[in-house]
Design a protein around this ligand. Structure first.
Ligand SMILES: Nc1ncnc2c1ncn2[C@@H]1O[C@H](COP(=O)(O)OP(=O)(O)OP(=O)(O)O)[C@@H](O)[C@H]1O
Length: 269
């Protein structure tokens, strides 16, 4: 018996569910600066104010660094944060990491966000190698995990490319070497939410390429990556979505190409 030929079915579109990892809801962040503009920021002036009966200093200035910012980040996204100097990028990341309380609004995160360079508690008087071990333990790795990843972390950092620098104290490292080691330690772990502030600007081109590759891997492993950078190229190579801040206000949130095109048209950079 002949079987009638079935028409080919259209390919099934499997869309991955969008899982939110960070929700920023109408957030305002304000710094309070004491002794602003008067030279009264010295320790003795501060002590005098504490002892004085006058409760309120007239020289308190408030810096409104982030203004009514809202967005949701999803698992698997790499989001670039761009904007000119002082626009609020680092402040926003520090708040997402839980290091700064918002004045108003709410920030919800899935898991513990890691802000590269801050969460890694590196000690300048200890060797780079000891810091790799301590940094790994501080991020929650077991001793066994640290041992098995040690060589990978050191190789990734490139610290030993020109000699045995990993056995020297970190205070002998250049700022670029220290930043590379911090990135390498932090990137050795899979993070729910990893935030990188300018890390890719340090290091040579080969290290930048390794970092960008690792960020792509972290995204595949279902994390969310935020990257603050003044290098439009790093943002283009790493992030498909970008947020543009200016004077603390979110001017744009969308595909990196669109946001960077508007940013470059405005700033000429
Ligand atoms: N600890 C602080 N105390 C008071 N004001 C601060 C503090 N840190 C930052 N600011 C102010 O908050 C605003 C935003 O600063 P922030 O460092 O977040 O900007 P940014 O976009 O990361 O800048 P850059 O690109 O130069 O690193 C600026 O006006 C800055 O002067």
């Amino acid at each position: 018996m002949a079987v009638a030929e079935q028409p080919a079915l259209p390919p099934v579109q499997v869309s991955r569910p969008m899982v939110p990892t960070v929700i920023v809801e109408d957030v305002n962040i304000v710094y309070t600066v004491y002794g602003a503009g008067t030279g009264k920021g010295s320790a003795s002036a501060a002590l005098g104010r504490m002892l004085s009966k006058k409760r309120r200093s007239t020289n308190v200035r408030r810096v409104h660094a982030v203004k009514n910012v809202s967005f949701t980040a999803y698992r698997g996204e790499a989001i670039g944060i761009i904007g000119s100097n002082g626009s609020g990028k680092s402040t926003l990341l520090r708040a997402i990491a839980g290091l700064l309380p918002p004045e108003s609004g709410r920030i919800y995160t899935d898991g513990q966000p890691s802000l590269l360079g801050v969460n890694a508690a590196l000690m300048n008087d200890l060797t780079g190698g000891t810091n790799v071990v301590l940094g790994g333990l501080a991020m929650g790795m077991s001793r066994e995990e640290v041992r098995s990843r040690y060589k990978g972390i050191v190789d990734f950092s490139g610290i030993n490319e020109k000699g045995d620098f990993i056995s020297l104290p970190m205070r002998t490292y250049s700022s670029g070497m220290a930043a590379r080691l911090r990135f390498s330690i932090a990137a050795a772990k899979d993070h729910d939410v990893l935030m990188i502030d300018e890390a890719l600007a340090t290091g040579d081109r080969a290290f930048q390429r390794r970092s960008e590759e690792r960020i792509r891997e972290l995204r595949k492993e279902a994390g969310t990556v935020f990257l603050v950078s003044h290098s439009n190229k790093s943002i283009r190579d790493t992030c498909e979505r970008s947020i543009w801040l200016e004077h603390g206000v979110m001017l744009m949130d969308g595909p990196t190409e669109d946001v960077l095109a508007a940013y470059e048209a405005k700033t000429g950079k």
